[in-house]
Write a protein that binds this ligand. Structure first.
Ligand SMILES: *Cc1c(COP(=O)(O)O)cnc(C)c1O
Length: 214
């Protein structure tokens, strides 16, 4: 596959449900890829937000490449001061983390855009709020100065049959609607069509962009 191939998959999925492809942004997940690879396989096709899941790996790349960087991985509170360099943090998964990020954002005089991560598959090894924790989490986090909650994010359970995770994506969209949040970050290389059909506004795709299939 390649980045244009991924865009085509997004467009086709939009076509099936009557969505405007402009309502879906492709976040190119660049973890484990060098700046040269990112230039060659992402940026030659245009400006796309770039997603990284580890602070230590992201910082040197951010120093080299001017781009809209998104943080998508598990975030430790002691890295909050670095996290506020990202345009959007997809992975706020606790009140204490939100407080730490809000504090650093205020120190920098900025309002940090964030998404709240949900563990809708209720997998013990995954990060994110459980559905029943969300009402309180949203209320507490929206009350913090220095943060703006723009939406929800989830990583669906791994599967070879993407149809099985459709209910999870549908649920994320319903919850975002209920709380009036515009952004839904869901869908990866294996399940992006189903996510787009269920209302994704941000899809996070790595392998399908970088893996060369011949
Ligand atoms: C790696 C990663 C992705 C991209 O997954 P692919 O299967 O490579 O498309 C998306 N979201 C998160 C949180 C990731 O860590």
């Amino acid at each position: 596959m390649s980045l244009p191939g991924v865009l085509e998959r997004i467009e086709k999925a939009c076509g099936r449900v009557g969505r405007d492809p402009k309502g879906v942004r492709l976040v190119a997940v660049t973890k484990e890829h060098t700046v040269a690879e990112i230039r060659e396989q992402v940026l030659r096709y245009g400006h796309f937000p770039l997603g990284e899941s580890r602070i230590q790996e992201a910082l040197p790349k951010m120093g080299e490449l001017e781009a809209e960087w998104h943080f998508i991985g598990p975030l430790q509170r002691n890295k909050a001061k670095f996290a506020v360099r990202f345009e959007l943090i997809h992975s706020i998964d606790s009140l204490r983390l939100a407080e730490a990020v809000a504090r650093k954002a205020l120190e920098q005089g900025k309002v940090q855009r964030v998404l709240l991560e949900l563990n809708l598959g209720r997998e013990p090894q995954k990060h994110g709020f459980l559905e029943e924790e969300l009402p309180q989490a949203i209320a507490q986090i929206q009350a913090l100065e220095g943060l703006r909650v723009e939406g929800l994010m989830t990583v669906a359970p791994y599967t070879d049959t993407p149809e099985t995770v459709r209910p999870i994506f549908a649920q994320l969209s319903r919850l975002a609607d209920r709380y009036g949040l515009p952004e839904r970050s869901m869908g990866m290389s294996g399940d992006l069509e189903v996510a787009v059909e269920e209302g994704a506004t941000l899809v996070r795709v790595g392998r399908a962009i970088f893996e060369q299939t011949t």
